[in-house]
Design a protein around this ligand. Sequence first.
Ligand code: 6PG
Length: 248
Amino acid sequence: MAKTLADVVVTEGAGALAEEAAERLVRIAGEATAARGRFTVALAGGATPRGLYSRLAAEPRRSEVDWGRTWVFLGDERCVPPTDRESNYRMAHDTLLAHVPIPPGQVFRIRGEDGDAARSAADYETQLRALFDPELVRLDLVLLGMGLDGHTASLFPGSAALEERQRLAVAVDVRAAAVSSRITLTPVVLNAARHVLFLVAGAEKARPLADVLKNPASSLPAARIRPKDGSLTWIIDRAAAGRLSEGA
Ligand code: 6PG
């Protein structure tokens, strides 16, 4: 097996992947709350984390997170209203946030609907800096997914956002995506997190996943996420792991 598998947890399927992620999130939340009095997490969009969110919304996991001490952010957002089917906030709300006792003031969604994505990104950055040490916005946990082209959050191949060194959130225009105008956190904040958990499922992800995990020279965006002073874990299913074993 490749050395990188040390940070990779291969699960049997969607249910096991969600359960593994839930267990880890609960543990990280507990440690953060004990150490610093609060738990800060950036949620991923896409389909894969839905199972995790639904699990967290139901017992026994629901009672295992201190929601009164939890602050929720979004890793990226599509420029649509929060009620739109494409909205990452809407997905997180419907599967998780609507079902747990989190104070509304502790949910920080990215405003995708205002018509000026650069402004919304700058506002989000201002909010983040106000809630953390402005010089170091260090989330306890960042959840991420990965697309077929290796994108993560809304950091797509070739995007200038991947080279960002200062800004925490930027507007991006993604020609290939259904909603092309998006706002994303940058590697500046993603790589400052204490823990990063990628959730990846499906045979169609096996090829990009092998590139990210086995090719030290990978140019895929997901390969750019390597927390400077934190843990990086990939929770994947067996199908996505299809090309990870030696020689595959
Ligand atoms: C988004 C996401 C994005 C997602 C990947 C994987 O807004 O689309 O944040 O980065 O995580 O595209 O999505 P799936 O889990 O649906 O494959």
